[in-house]
Design a binder for this molecule. Structure first.
Ligand code: LHQ
Length: 263
């Protein structure tokens, strides 16, 4: 039987998702989108899963849209790429940003097109030193999608965003880290070890609090300071009512390690 195009493994509070079309550098086809969406929907609802780790099988992370897939349209009429974004890519990016648990991305190789922006939608991005990021869209006459035109200027500033989007050059992982596009670049042999260590650490963190942090940071891009202060007040009120906050304070005063249950 053929292996699934997206693999899901659970270990304690960590769910590891692997994009699994290695001979196509894990480019997205419809099947991959559907399976990934189904896994994420499941993980969203699972209290026992407290962190998601996303990576790719083989030598690439994800080469974006499978350019040979039928949604690209071999037919005479131009395919409706807007429809593809509306039904497949946009829901994926929204789901990741709204997921109420941290998402770590371990970029094991090249991340191109929507594959690069999928990584940028995750909360913490680690990349192997040999990995790279390519806003490949301009090479085929397209516009960066999957949030690219939103993430890039915010992460690296307008000048670098324009360079990346208009030139479509390969940005090596270490440069991506030094530009602030990603959290860290690590030696290839250490990538999955580091990513899993981080995931295990976050799986014992105050999950509800982390979800509220994600919400606050996301909102900050469109709020002015006044609105953000109001939001912090509301979210802190909610955080202060969690069991984990109580446990954190109690453990601090008792001079012991806290045991957070994620609620
Ligand atoms: C691929 C792909 C691929 C199919 C490598 N498709 N086979 C959204 C909505 C709707 C439509 C349009 O798009 C979007 C968003 C997008 O993502 S648009 C951007 C799509 N992606 C690209 O343009 C990247 C295309 N790939 C590349 O430029 C190169 O493959 C990179 C730079 C990623 C890697 O280069 P190499 O390391 O030299 O590998 P390679 O090119 O030899 O690829 C290995 C194999 O993977 C090869 O197949 P083969 O049978 O010859 O071994 C490629 O054809 C296949 N592959 N990307 N996107």
């Amino acid at each position: 039987m053929r292996e699934a195009v997206v693999l899901l493994e659970r270990d304690g509070g960590v769910a590891e998702i692997t994009l699994n079309r290695p001979d196509k550098l894990n480019a997205f086809n419809v099947e991959m989108h559907r399976l990934l969406a189904r896994h994420l929907e499941e993980l969203e609802a699972e209290e026992a899963t407290r962190v998601v780790l996303l990576t790719g099988a083989g030598r690439g992370f994800c080469a974006g849209q499978d350019l040979g897939d039928r949604v690209m349209g071999e037919e005479e009429r131009a395919p409706d790429l807007g429809e593809t974004l509306e039904t497949l890519y946009n829901p994926l990016i929204r789901r990741l940003r709204r997921l109420e648990k941290p998402v770590i991305c371990a970029v094991n190789g090249v991340a191109a097109g929507a594959g690069a922006n999928l990584a940028l939608a995750c909360d913490i991005v680690l990349a192997a030193r040999s990995a790279s990021f390519i806003q490949a869209f301009c090479r085929i006459g397209l516009v960066p999608d999957s949030g690219g035109t939103w993430f890039l200027p915010r992460l690296v500033g307008d000048a670098r965003a324009r360079g990346l989007a208009l030139l479509g050059e390969k940005l090596p992982a270490e440069q991506a880290a030094s530009w602030g596009l990603i959290w860290r670049a690590v030696p290839d042999s250490e990538l999955m070890g580091e990513a899993r260590d981080l995931a295990r650490r976050l799986a014992t963190a105050p999950t509800r609090g982390l979800a509220l942090i994600k919400q606050a940071l996301q909102a900050s891009w469109s709020n002015d300071l006044d609105a953000q202060l109001d939001l912090e007040r509301d979210l802190q009120r909610e955080a202060g009512r969690t069991e984990d906050y109580r446990e954190g304070v109690r453990a601090f005063l008792d001079k012991r390690q806290p045991v957070f249950r994620g609620r």
